[in-house]
Design a protein. Structure first.
Length: 308
């Protein structure tokens, strides 16, 4: 369930003209940017971009970059991009920052096969080299995840779940040596089959595989394995924890907070917010309002469905 509140009808030309006026004068009218872009869905935002360029012969994205700054600019920039292009940017930033496995894993595991393929194509178009090439220096698990094209049906093979639960168990115990079999399982099986495998692991060993990884795993592969399993098993809970971790740090992790809100506002941010409330007994929008400020705060709250 989305939190975005967008009109069913709008005029891209009128929106473009209103935005142009917001850029003129002595100072930028940030509130108008929030009101317009914070209440438009992905198709409407792309229509505005095209209309703005046709009317004013100017790239709206570049104009926004020159008009606004800081966390607000970063959030608006990522919001206005098409989803595949946005994820390509997020992946590239994560790679440049080094060893930020969470972003790569969530893109590769939570998106549908078609969406992931679109991200890979957008990545090549933007950076002139492939996503799989750029993650190769990180972990082989990531290469397998970003190049996978999973079956999306509901069929489950119980015997396979039993066998592969043990394969994953061995990978958890193995502190050195080969992880090829675990990588094969996690990068080739459907999400439905993998969830059955994770459930079988719990039945056999009396605990979840992710908890076992927290108890025993500390190397790079096991941390990436932990993120992979959590995001496949329940991506809503995964995102709730991502938001919780972003907020509870000494100083809010604005990048992580922005990433979750911007990427999920049109999909399932309402569900993430509900899980956050159940887990923490406080509304997500109240925490965002407390931990952020200025136009950045207004924009995030708008995407969370909070009206002035």
């Amino acid at each position: 369930m989305a939190t975005l509140i967008a009109p069913s009808n709008h005029s891209p030309q009128e929106d473009a003209e209103v935005l142009k006026k917001a850029f003129e004068g002595w100072g930028t009218d940030e509130n108008t940017i929030i009101v317009i872009l914070g209440h438009r869905n992905v198709h409407q935002r792309q229509q505005i971009r095209r209309a703005y360029e046709e009317i004013f012969q100017e790239d709206l994205v570049k104009r926004l970059e020159s008009e606004i700054k800081g966390d607000f600019e970063k959030a608006v920039y990522r919001w206005i991009l098409e989803p595949a292009d946005r994820d390509a940017v997020l992946a590239n930033v994560a790679i440049k920052n080094g060893k930020n496995y969470n972003v790569i894993v969530e893109i590769a595991t939570i998106l549908s096969p078609e969406e992931l393929f679109a991200v890979r194509r957008a990545y090549i178009n933007r950076y002139k080299h492939s996503l799989e090439e750029d993650v190769k220096g990180m972990l082989m698990l990531l290469v397998g995840l970003v190049t996978s094209f999973r079956y999306v049906g509901d069929e489950i093979n119980p015997k396979l779940a039993q066998t592969e639960a043990e394969i994953l168990h061995d990978a958890v115990k193995e502190k050195k040596g080969s992880y090829e079999e675990a990588i094969r399982v996690l990068t080739t099986r459907s999400k439905t089959q993998l969830i059955a495998t994770f459930n079988r692991y719990r039945e056999i060993h009396g605990t979840s595989i992710s908890k076992k990884l927290v108890d025993e795993g500390s190397d790079e592969f096991q941390r990436a394995l932990y993120t992979t399993i959590r995001s496949i098993n329940d991506h809503i809970k995964y995102y709730e924890k991502a938001v919780r971790n972003a907020i509870k740090k000494l100083g809010t992790d604005e990048d992580a907070l922005t990433r979750v809100i911007v990427s999920r506002a049109e999909k399932d941010l309402k569900l993430i917010s509900e899980v956050y409330y159940k887990r923490n007994s406080v509304l997500l929008e109240h925490v965002v309002a407390k931990e952020t400020s200025g136009d950045y705060k207004k924009f995030l709250l708008t995407l969370l469905g909070q009206e002035d």
